[in-house]
Design a protein around this ligand. Structure first.
Ligand SMILES: Cc1cc2nc3c(=O)[nH]c(=O)nc-3n(C[C@H](O)[C@H](O)[C@H](O)COP(=O)(O)OP(=O)(O)OC[C@H]3O[C@@H](n4cnc5c(N)ncnc54)[C@H](O)[C@@H]3O)c2cc1C
Length: 421
């Protein structure tokens, strides 16, 4: 492992590796969960940790921008923005250890995509070390620039296979006002989309987060966290957890919930009265992945479907799981506002054979996602674990274009070899 502390040192490492025919595996916070930041077992790959490149180079509140080195922890970038009364809106549960270089290389999403977009939308410029050790200095802090191809977008989401990101110029946003947080019980997942529409009609562009949680998640969390209880006395089937910023339109969220209650769209709701109550509601959501673990083997699918088709997709997915694995337990939650769900399936109690049968169920679910023109990878990227899926679900034309890019930018296949394509 090498841990360079400057762009020039990264370029030096790449040059030496090229001379000796060694592959280079960039690693950020190693929270990617699909094997992208891990060398293979050949013993011929150098792990390049960006962790010492952790300086905020400059903050420009006048331009609402900030330049951070790739190894900055995401939470530190958020803190640097807060110091000048701005926010860097990218936010995910791994923000205390993932790095901005890793976030950009995986085009991370997280909780606030619905309002601010994915990592890709939050970048103004990049500095990248190319496969031959050349440095591309593209750290421009412009919001408008039509000069040629938008090269930064080629490197964002490329998982270290096209270049090593050493620094990024990032967009800052105004610090948001405190949001109103609520948890609403609904009967059908489709009602979540209808509720989102109602909220948007009165608070357009002011919904920071909108998460769908299936009822079974609350059982798992109540079992896992000693002080947590199921939030609703009845079992409505689904719930939505949302943050909406009212600003001067105080009372709007409550009014929307009341009208949805009248229509039967919402069957129960908890409106957080203060920050502590809001944090308590979000704790239920954040605890779900942890709570799944002790419950048994869980097949995980980070899928995305166009929001308008989610309800039909969920109905068909439920029927599919019931037909193929009648005793398995779907655990569904995620960022419904942008169509991204964790469609996880927990093994039937005591049935360890499920682990072996899982691949067939996963394949059928991914086929269903494809039927709805969705994606098998809405988060985390491809790494090594989803390479086969990329080959299956992306067209030859698309794969051919990806290979052309890879060959053009890394002809000797030195950068993160064996990942993505
Ligand atoms: C609890 C938890 C919650 C999560 N929630 C979300 C979520 O809501 N949304 C989401 O999108 N993801 C989520 N993730 C996944 C993960 O946090 C993101 O993919 C994150 O962006 C990865 O950043 P990292 O620094 O850990 O990258 P790593 O895991 O170290 O690397 C990821 C990939 O990027 C490459 N890479 C890393 N740094 C560089 C660089 N400087 N230049 C070029 N290539 C580089 C690596 O080679 C690898 O291919 C979550 C993970 C965990 C553990």
């Amino acid at each position: 492992m090498v841990a360079p502390a400057s762009t020039q040192e990264v370029a030096g490492v790449v040059t030496v590796c090229a001379r000796h025919g060694a592959g280079i595996v960039p690693q950020g916070g190693n929270t990617g969960l699909c094997g992208g930041a891990v060398p293979d077992l050949s013993g011929e790959q150098v792990l390049l940790s960006l962790s010492r490149m952790n300086r905020i180079r400059r903050v420009d509140p006048g331009n609402d921008s900030l330049v951070a080195e790739a190894g900055c922890i995401l939470a530190d970038v958020q803190a640097a923005a807060a110091e000048v009364d701005r926010c860097f809106p990218l936010s995910l549960a791994a923000e205390g250890s993932c790095q901005i270089g890793g976030n950009l290389s995986t085009n991370a999403g997280g909780l606030n995509v619905i309002r601010y977009g994915m990592a890709r939308q939050q970048v103004l410029g990049l500095e990248v070390v190319l496969a031959d050790g050349t440095v591309w200095e593209g750290l421009r802090e412009l919001r408008k620039d039509t000069a040629g191809y938008d090269l930064k977008q080629v490197f964002i989401g490329s998982e270290g296979t096209l270049g090593i990101i050493t620094a990024a110029a990032l967009k800052l946003a105004p610090k948001p006002a405190n949001p109103v947080t609520f948890l609403a019980a609904i009967r059908d997942a489709g009602d979540a989309v209808a509720l989102l529409g109602r909220l948007r009609s009165v608070l357009p562009d002011r919904i920071d987060a909108f998460e769908l949680i299936s009822d079974r998640c609350f059982d798992l969390v109540a079992r896992h966290l000693p002080d947590a209880r199921r939030p609703f006395a009845e079992r409505p089937g689904w719930a939505v957890l949302a943050d909406a910023v009212e600003g001067t339109d105080e009372g709007r969220v409550e009014a929307v919930l009341a009208s949805c209650f009248g229509d039967g769209l919402v069957v129960d709701a908890i409106l957080a009265k203060n920050k502590a109550e809001a944090a308590g509601l979000w704790r239920l959501r954040h605890a779900i992945p942890e709570a799944e673990r002790p419950a048994g083997y869980c097949l995980k699918h980070d899928i995305g479907v166009p929001v308008g088709r989610l309800a039909r997709f969920l109905a068909e997915a439920k029927a599919l799981v019931a037909r193929l694995e009648p005793d398995a337990r779907p655990i569904v939650f995620g960022h419904v506002g942008d169509g991204n769900l964790h469609y996880n399936v927990l093994q039937p109690a005591g049935d360890d054979g499920f682990r072996e049968r899982g691949a067939d169920l996963s394949r059928s679910l991914y086929d269903l996602v494809a039927k709805f023109e969705g994606t098998f990878s809405a988060e985390h990227g491809i790494g090594v674990t989803k390479k086969e899926l990329l080959r299956t679900y992306r067209s030859e034309v698309e794969l051919g274009l990806m290979r052309t890019l890879k060959t053009a930018l890394d002809p000797d296949n030195r950068l993160n070899p064996g990942k993505v394509i």
